[in-house]
Design a protein around this ligand. Structure first.
Ligand code: NAP
Ligand code: MG
Length: 485
């Protein structure tokens, strides 16, 4: 049997992307007021490559004093320069950021992959181009706000504090900074502690684009740094992407203040396959939805619902496809699944694999999958026979772990898909347009993909329901949270 399966697996010669052109400094200070400033704490911490466990650089740890300096710089820049500029002038700066990002896209992709562990194919073909597209797109809105919101006299809020996670470091920075600048706000942004390097590269790009000092400040640090940003009295707007637990803390901290808030939190998306679906395409969409990117995607299709009549064939084809997935060096262009972002995250995923087995579910991992000896890696994993109450089917694992449940009727699958605290995204696979429309109105999810999965575009809004947060990013809707009327 093994030999039969082995025929599915192509052997590829290694094709590593060169990394000698990626310039990573040994140490990074804080980017405040257009300058690189030493942290008041005098402390630095390391950022590692999760695929080699090598230290890549060390970055400054911003404390409350540094947060205050950054917020003051953003306030001064807002009053002195940014609010006085016309939309067309702001747009010129934002276009410039987009163009420099494009020019440096290769270097950004390599650093994103080294620092975060995602496959170079993802960072090269998705993260970096989509990030620069966000700047292009929002640059286009900067002088058209009165058309976006006619007769409502939209006004900037002031200083935005923005906190982002480690799964799409540069893309999340773009999602946050581009609409804030287009609407006339100034920014203090903090990347996640394990993936600060592309945000610091973005600071270099902002320097090169010659933005007035203090319009964008980028500071590195831990959760405490984020909390100090949230609690700073001179911040007008908080934009947070991260876990639901931290989102709840932030919501409490902001209650009773004047600060505007958007929260983009966790997810546990249902990917639903009907009997009339194009099965091969669906299997590819399932794999793309949960395994590529190591399942480090808030909208990952981590709960698969298959209609009973096609369950056997979907499971068979899925296993066959899993047998061909290449887990390994993220800098290799053949790699499908790179490194898990950190040791802690790998431990969390491993503990869920144990929980699933203890819950009595059948676990499938390909016997052809060999993990590198060094670094943090996880085999793509499939739990068959999950129940609605299985913890692995209810809780966000944030790793390459998929659960399968079956269903008979459309009512049953809607009920099961919605019966979860999250509501970020969902997928539907069917030949029938009417079924798609029926589901999109009944699924409580911010985004529903039909016969595709994980597709993004700067013009489309993205955001959640329930414990997945509130507010939208992207598209015209993404301007709204940065404006008052
Ligand atoms: P996290 O632990 O909540 O961290 C997110 C960011 O918040 C990091 O920069 C973190 O700093 C900072 N932070 C931690 N504690 C804080 C506090 N008390 N106050 C203010 N900031 C604080 O989340 P994560 O583990 O990095 O990211 C994974 C989560 O993000 C998943 O749940 C995923 O679903 C979610 N996510 C959602 C979306 C979406 O659009 N809905 C997109 C991507 C990811 P440190 O790094 O120093 O801890
Ligand atoms: Mg790192």
């Amino acid at each position: 049997m093994d030999n039969v399966n082995a025929a599915f697996k192509w052997e590829y010669a290694p094709a590593p992307e060169a990394k000698d052109h990626a310039r990573i400094k040994k140490q990074y200070d804080l980017f405040i007021n257009g300058q690189w400033q030493k942290p008041a704490s005098k402390k630095y911490f390391a950022s590692f490559s999760p695929s080699t466990e090598e230290k890549l650089s060390e970055v400054a740890e911003a404390n409350e004093k540094d947060v205050n300096t950054a917020v003051t710089a953003a306030r001064t820049a807002y009053d002195k320069y940014w609010k006085k500029l016309s939309g067309a002038e702001r747009a010129k700066y934002i276009f410039r950021i987009a163009r420099v990002m494009q020019e440096r896209s290769r270097e950004l992709a390599v650093i994103e992959t080294m620092d975060g562990g995602k496959p170079i194919r993802e960072s090269r073909d998705f993260d970096i181009p989509t990030a620069s597209n966000h700047f292009f797109y929002y640059a286009g809105w900067a002088d058209k706000l009165n058309y976006a919101f006619p007769n409502r006299n939209p006004q900037a809020l002031g200083v935005a504090a923005q906190i982002i996670p480690w799964n799409f470091p540069l893309l999340m920075a773009a999602w946050k900074i581009a609409p804030a600048l287009a609407t006339g706000n100034t920014v203090v942004l903090k990347p996640a502690e394990s993936t600060p390097l592309t945000a610091l590269k973005l600071a270099e790009i902002i320097e090169e684009a010659d933005l007035p000092p203090g319009v964008v400040n980028i500071i590195t640090g831990f959760g405490k740094t984020g909390a100090a940003m949230v609690n700073h009295p001179d911040v007008n707007k908080i934009a947070f992407t991260g876990s639901t637990d931290v989102g709840k803390l932030i919501q409490k901290a902001v209650a009773g203040t004047n600060k505007k808030l958007t929260l983009e939190l966790g997810g546990k998306a249902a990917n639903i396959v009907f009997e009339d679906a194009p099965i091969d395409q669906a299997v590819e969409g399932i794999v793309n939805g949960i395994f590529f990117n190591q399942g480090h995607v808030c909208c990952a299709g981590s709960r698969l619902f298959v209609q009973e009549g096609v369950a056997d064939v979907v499971i068979r084809k899925l296993k066959e496809r899993m047998d061909t997935l290449i887990v390994g060096d993220p800098l290799d262009k053949n790699t499908d699944i790179g490194a898990i972002n950190s040791k802690e995250q790998l431990e969390k995923i491993t503990s869920y694999l144990k929980i699933g087995v203890e819950e009595g579910l059948e676990l499938y991992q390909s016997s052809h999958c060999h993990l590198p000896k060094k670094g943090f890696f996880c085999k793509p994993s499939l739990f068959i026979g999950a129940a609605q109450s299985s913890r692995v089917a209810q809780e966000e694992i944030f790793g390459p772990v998929l659960t399968i449940q079956t269903f008979r009727t459309i009512e049953e699958v809607i009920e099961k898909a919605n019966n979860i605290p999250y509501g970020l995204s969902a997928g539907v696979w069917t030949d029938k347009g009417s079924k798609i429309f029926n589901l999109t109105t009944k699924l409580r999810a911010g985004v529903v993909w039909a016969n595709t999965y994980n597709k993004f575009d700067p013009t489309s809004p993205f955001g959640g329901y329930k414990e997945s947060g509130f507010g939208r990013e992207g598209g015209l809707h993404g301007l709204h949270p940065y404006l008052r009327f």
